[in-house]
Ligand binder design. Structure first.
Ligand SMILES: C[S@@+](CC[C@H](N)C(=O)[O-])C[C@H]1O[C@@H](n2cnc3c(N)ncnc32)[C@H](O)[C@@H]1O
Length: 202
């Protein structure tokens, strides 16, 4: 039995209303997300096929598909409602996307997926609902990477300038430790701003 208590979410992002409300507020609450999206794009120059975990309403996907003409994305999320919002946002770019419905809290979520030139995730890793589950998520993401390919992980962090909940969210140092525990040799902090931190792990 685990010796920690998972943090329940106050919203259910599989419900149409909750998903729509989250999407309506995301860029207003944190307009600096665009700076992170630019940094993702910079890191993915040359990548052909990329998996995004917890892709939600497709903000990052749209940004990347517009910036990188060679890119194809697999969008992984457990919410049909979020995938529907992403379809609307992507418009004709949808032809470069494969939607995957699945739950990354399941132990075997990565088993049937192919390898990618990068795995990326934005504001979604904490959806494992406790920081102690982060190494397992990162390990599975790592199993999907081609040799030398990056894992780009952006999420809220706990501590000064970040979130108060230190059970749901990892500090920057705890996130780095979770990446190391998952087997990554390097974990570089690329950008930290407005409560978000972006790492590149290999
Ligand atoms: C806070 S939203 C972030 C969405 C998007 N990455 C963005 O930054 O605009 C978190 C996303 O993770 C998805 N999610 C939550 N738990 C999940 C799980 N266990 N498996 C897969 N997706 C999940 C939600 O449906 C939602 O789309």
């Amino acid at each position: 039995m685990q010796d920690f208590i998972e943090v329940e979410s106050p919203i259910d992002l599989r419900q149409t209303e909750d998903a729509a409300q989250w999407a309506a507020e995301a860029m207003i609450k944190r307009p600096w997300r665009t700076e992170f999206f630019d940094r993702f794009a910079q890191e993915l120059a040359g990548a052909q096929r990329v998996l995004e975990l917890g892709s939600g309403p497709g903000f990052l996907a749209r940004h990347l598909l517009d910036a990188l003409p060679q890119l194809r994305l697999d969008l992984y999320d457990f919410s049909e409602a979020m995938h529907a919002l992403a379809r609307e946002r992507l418009g004709v770019q949808e032809s470069r996307v494969r939607f995957r419905l699945g739950d990354f809290r399941q132990a075997d979520w990565a088993d049937d997926l192919p390898s990618f030139d990068a795995v990326i995730t934005n504001q979604a890793a904490h959806e494992v609902r406790h920081k102690r589950h982060l190494p397992a998520l990162h390990r599975q993401a790592r199993s999907l990477l081609r040799p030398g390919a990056p894992y780009l992980l952006c999420d809220h962090f706990a501590g000064e300038g970040g979130m108060a909940d230190d059970q749901l969210y990892a500090t920057v140092e705890e996130q780095r430790a979770a990446l190391r525990e998952a087997g990554f040799g390097e974990a570089d902090l690329l950008l930290q701003k407005g409560g978000l931190a972006l790492f590149r792990a290999r």
